[in-house]
Design a protein around this ligand. Structure first.
Ligand SMILES: Nc1ncnc2c1ncn2[C@@H]1O[C@H](COP(=O)(O)OP(=O)(O)OP(=O)(O)O)[C@@H](O)[C@H]1O
Length: 343
């Protein structure tokens, strides 16, 4: 699938200014890829997905599926299936009927419908739920029904708009694993929208980071985490986010002084004697599997991530330095990455 220079402007209502939802979005992915769109609220993720599905008009540019320009093709004729956050299951229908809903499947001979249903029910672990109605299902089960309903259509592109956001943390993890396994097994092209960066990092073959309706960076999760193109990407991915400090902080020793900002991940900082960054321990957050220490410095609060077995500083006044193998990213005044030092 591809977006080529797509622009979408929502006219401002009642004297309000127009909203540019997509501002020349260009992005493409190979067939069989699981592409995750991430970005803050309002960055245009849903609009991009809706544009591909054909339920959003384009003001300029084009969208492509399987190499063909489908910009002028009606939504119902595009070979896509979309799962929304609210799932939109029919409450009066059984799970089986919800899954099979849709004229094309209904036209199949009954025996064939049963095969399709049995197949998808097995893939999504719905075998025992087929006679129930949505109100008799948990959130996770409902979500699996919505996935099944989209899957039986065997679309060329499968679009997921935050389908996991209503699930609790455990179910989310389960659903995440299930979707990725399914996508791998069937080799389907999938675009998954989320604002959850853990979901993005763990699910995507590639992650596309959107900001203000434009593509900020696209790459594998490792690439965007380790080599963020901009300070925006650097601070968007990672929890806690990358620490951004003035370029004058000599964290990486003698580096060229032309960076406006230097960025360092919380895991790349250590407590040392006489380090280049001084501060006071504000808070220690023990997360069970790791410890995050908040240090108040002259340049704002800095997050330090340490292992649970490592000793913590014994005094509240501390100095920080770069961890062995740690990396410092240097950004210019526009936020563009100049280089990465260390690692
Ligand atoms: N129908 C509409 N009318 C007016 N403005 C809209 C409309 N739909 C979206 N917008 C605006 O377009 C911008 C992009 O919206 P979009 O829903 O694509 O962002 P998003 O990244 O998916 O956000 P979220 O994560 O909050 O769902 C936002 O500023 C939004 O307010």
């Amino acid at each position: 699938m591809a977006w080529h220079d797509v622009r979408r402007v929502h006219p401002g209502r009642r004297g309000r200014p127009d909203v540019v939802a997509l501002d020349g979005l260009t992005l493409e992915g190979p067939p069989g890829e699981l592409l995750v769109l991430v970005g803050p609220s309002g960055s245009g993720k849903s609009t991009a997905l809706r544009a591909l599905a054909g339920i959003e008009t384009l003001d300029a540019g084009s969208v492509h599926i399987d190499g063909a320009d489908v910009s002028a093709v009606a939504a119902h004729e595009r070979d896509v299936a979309m799962v929304f956050q609210d799932l939109a299951l029919f409450p009066h229908m059984t799970v089986a009927d919800n899954v099979l809903f849709g004229a094309s499947l209904r036209r199949l001979p009954e025996a064939e419908q049963r095969t399709v249903l049995a197949d998808v029910a097995e893939q999504l672990d719905l075998q025992d739920l087929l006679d129930r109605r949505p109100s008799e299902l948990s959130g996770g089960q409902q979500q699996r029904v919505a996935l099944a309903r989209a899957l039986v259509r065997k679309p060329a592109v499968f679009l997921l708009d935050e389908p996991l956001s209503n699930l609790d943390a455990r179910l989310r993890l389960d659903a995440r694993t299930r979707i990725v396994a399914l996508q791998r097994r069937l080799g389907i092209t999938m675009v998954h929208v989320t604002h959850d960066q853990t979901e993005a990092m763990t699910m995507g073959d590639r992650i596309a980071v959107l900001r203000d309706g434009r593509l900020e960076q696209v790459g594998t999760p490792r690439e965007v985490y380790d080599e963020p193109a901009t300070s925006f990407v650097a601070s968007f991915l990672g929890m806690p986010p990358m620490n951004l400090l003035p370029g004058s902080v000599p964290l990486a020793g003698a580096v060229p002084p032309d960076a406006a900002t230097v960025g360092v991940r919380p895991e790349d900082l250590v407590f040392v004697d006489d380090g280049p960054l001084a501060g006071r321990v504000l808070q220690v957050e023990d997360l069970g599997s790791e410890v995050v220490v908040l240090v108040d410095t002259d340049h704002g609060i800095v997050h330090v991530r340490r292992g649970v077995r490592e000793p913590l500083p014994s005094t509240s006044s501390v100095t920080l330095g770069l961890a062995p193998g740690g990396r410092v990213h240097r950004f210019d005044a526009d936020g563009l990455r100049l280089s990465t030092v260390g690692g």
